[in-house]
Design a protein around this ligand. Sequence first.
Ligand SMILES: C[S@@+](CC[C@H](N)C(=O)[O-])C[C@H]1O[C@@H](n2cnc3c(N)ncnc32)[C@H](O)[C@@H]1O
Length: 258
Amino acid sequence: MHFLRATPILGALLAQALAALVLAGLLQALLPELAGRFGIAPVIGAALVLQALLSAGLTRALGLAVWWQWIALAFPFAVALALAAGSLPAWPFGLAFLLLYLFFSNTARERVPLYLSNRATIEALGRLMRERSASHFIDLGSGLGGVVRGIAGDGRKAEGYETAPMAFLISAILSKLTGRGQIYRRDIWSADITEADLVYVFLSPEPMPMVHDKARREMKPGSLLVSNSFAIPGLDADEIWDLSDRRKTRLYLYAMKG
Ligand SMILES: C[S@@+](CC[C@H](N)C(=O)[O-])C[C@H]1O[C@@H](n2cnc3c(N)ncnc32)[C@H](O)[C@@H]1O
């Protein structure tokens, strides 16, 4: 299980393969009768839905992160579309690719997909800000800006840095409309975090050593780095907060030394 969680693509493929085996058994037994009664197209549609649901359930049972369940759900339909591609126009694929790029451009480049902090996490960060009398918050890789807008206000300054074009655009507009927080279209590695009291990251295991280097070099003594779900390798956190949300969010708190 641990191996599959560390290399989730293998877990995802295993889930699809197991689901396909179950489906093949079912079709073997039932296909002639079902196809005779309903026609072949509805049976293929039902088989795709079943493959999607089974593989998503297995992905969940294997303990993979929630976005792999969404991928498992979409995968059978994507394969079916690709197989039918010869008879379909090309522009929907181009449009889908463009949309994926606009939202997820950092997934390939930084190995950081777009998934969002939940309400429980935003509340915990707000509590942390109040407990520490902190007034300047920065979210590095701010996604749709929900955390920034959630923390801003009551005299607190909240800023986010985001480079995925659509995520930046949506979050910048929402910040402007609500008057909560400020979003910059700037790479997290060139963000100015020298004045922040609390820097928050929700990225992936891959960039954590670099996040640590940047925090150590630039953050002021007494400030706090908080990482959602991903610890800095080889460094003990000063505190770990386990939230009682459904996702069982874990926050790693690192205090910056003088
Ligand atoms: C997992 S999401 C977290 C979003 C938000 N912080 C939240 O908690 O809801 C990570 C975000 O970091 C962004 N990101 C990754 N690498 C980045 C980089 N080098 N510069 C700016 N943004 C980056 C991604 O585009 C993505 O929106």
